[in-house]
Design a protein around this ligand. Sequence first.
Ligand code: GLN
Ligand code: ZN
Length: 764
Amino acid sequence: MQTNVLGYPRIGSNRELKKANEAYWAGKISLEKLQMTARQLRRQNWETLKSAGIDLIPSNDFSFYDQVLDMCLMTGTIPARFRSLMETQASVSSPELYFAMARGYQKNGFDITAMEMTKWFDTNYHYLVPEFDTTQQYSLLYNKCLEEFKEALSLGIHTKPVLIGPISFLLLGKVKDEQLQVADLLDKLLPVYIQLLQSLQQAGATWVQIDEPTLVLDLTPAQQSLFQYAYNKIRAAVPSLKIILTTYFGGLQDNTELTLKLPVDALHIDLVRAPEQLDAILAALPANITLSVGVVNGRNIWKNNYEQALQLIKKATAVLGEERVLIATSCSLLHSPYDLDLETDEAVLTPQIKNWMAFAKQKVRELTDLQQIAAGNTAALAANTAAMKERSTAAIIHKPAVKARLAALTAADAERKSAFPARQKAQEAVLKLPLFPTTTIGSFPQTEDIRKLRADFKKGVITPAAYETSIRKAIQESVALQESLRIDVLVHGEFERNDMVEYFGEQLEGFVFTKNGWVQSYGSRCVKPPVIYGDVQRNAPMTVEWSSYAQSLTSKPMKGMLTGPVTILQWSFVRDDQPRADTTLQIALAIRDEVVDLEQAGIRVIQVDEPAIREGLPLRQADWQAYLDWAVKAFRVSVSGVEDATQIHTHMCYSEFNDIISNIAAMDADVITIETSRSQMELLEVFSVFKYPYEIGPGVYDIHSPRVPTVAEMTELLEKAIQLLPARNIWVNPDCGLKTRKWPETEQSLRNMVAAAQNMRVAV
Ligand code: GLN
Ligand code: ZN
């Protein structure tokens, strides 16, 4: 049985790629230096995999920025707006064009916007969205894939080149011109793919991995029919190249039959996300096809459970025989941090917890362990079984009180005392807000000083008392400013928060943080998600002191500011030993305690942010309802412990609610604030059609740009809003938090925003 790695993290053990890229962009290092760093990283990865004994080692999984962007350049899928840049400034293989497409280009009289970026399936990785237009001429402009195959070969390593398949490349992109048909585009792209594959065949490649992850999505019959067509053509053109068709992030389900008909040599399936598909595939896999079983999770940080993985492997070998089974990672290891061995600080990550974990390098070892064990050499099994057993009962994970509380949850815990109309009256009586009340979303500018203050406190350079004094001063200033601007519902400014999830994770039991557990989010941006390893519990109030201090400075309502349970879950590495819904509800109960404590401390308006609800939607429509049910329940549990007169807000920084509006309404939040300014309020229509009964703050200005919006334009947006929804229910606020802005523009923008609200009060 052979081992197969679908892809390896490219950022380097110390984020070398991030640093080199950013230094290059800043003009601090030469192109040669950047390329040297890249070569070193590729070499390191190949050698790591080779010395670990991996049989199918990926190449072309490296990318300076993004593998989909690489595919665009390889195939000539260059958006029209970059054409003039190509003609005058930059050749196709030059980093100038490449980085311009990724990041935009504002130089030498050009002002070209970057390509759009979006989430890669349900991961936190973002890819650049290919744009297909009528002006494009597809051709093999530059053969990165071949170059990297040869580069590995020159180091004595025979690799398996990795490509994004033609159908997924097309379906993940945007067709810009209406007259363009996907089927025609495929006809134009296929010759380029074929030329590329032929060049690999010629250079001596044996296996090539073609990723078609769109096979785990809901496809239309027209989309389904593209696969057979494309792969027949490819097969005919490269008869002796062995193709592994890879699918991941879900099961093939209704795409199984068509997939099994494709003329390929091996099929990869994700048995971590969809173990149930194994039976159906084993029953129908044609005799000439090898099966790559993805049993080692490429997307989390947990040690593989060898006994469970071996059951799947044995099931496969019993039907197919050992020669026809590859033991593989479920997907590329791009989504895992680099190397657990680098976590040496036992104060940060205790040896006990560390022993339950595996990063990319350790996951590679898991593949060869499984290979050995399956072959009868069971040396590695005992330690793994012991770790699994210890984890299943460890007291730091399993807290009877938390489990009991979760088990005792009733429907009533997810219900406010009264229905919204009664609450609205009670809140009106207490809060006495004007029509078109003004507020902000929570954070104020995070200046250099504020960042330094937090960093110094973390390092122990300043005392807790000094830290507190400085944060209080920042709060004071922000309150004074908001009062002078005549904002109605104030915020404290979130100066004490580094990140809206980390801040809570650091204070909750059941979370742990790593020193170096970085994962690429996009380009040079990496994130270090918290790890939820055990039952979640709140030991002490987390925000009450700051909020009540802020409230003590003003007679206006001060809004308490919390992150919601779904968002905390979504932006963390989540434990794999219980359903996500249970973990979310545990977090919800912890947030509920905080909400109640805020109320007790005299906070009458509390916002629970849930910007990640939408991105948690499952890949398949059929799974949406179940997810939305528990996500909405978790939110309701977190906010339902308060009196009618306490006003609950939520915030989401997107506005596509068309398909989930009834679930958003089911959250039963008294006020929702959303992003709408860039769509000119058009996206508010769905709320209108739905007759959304709650109060709503459609963002009146875009916080992504330093531009100061005028009073007139915000007034105009509000006028549109009251065409769609009752004026009584409209709040006035920016699209999102202001932490990335500077103070001068923030002050000016808010001044104009309040003036727009005042205009509206006069007008209605
Ligand atoms: N309260 C947070 C802030 O203002 C919300 C951030 C977000 O929506 N992503 O920063
Ligand atoms: Zn937001």
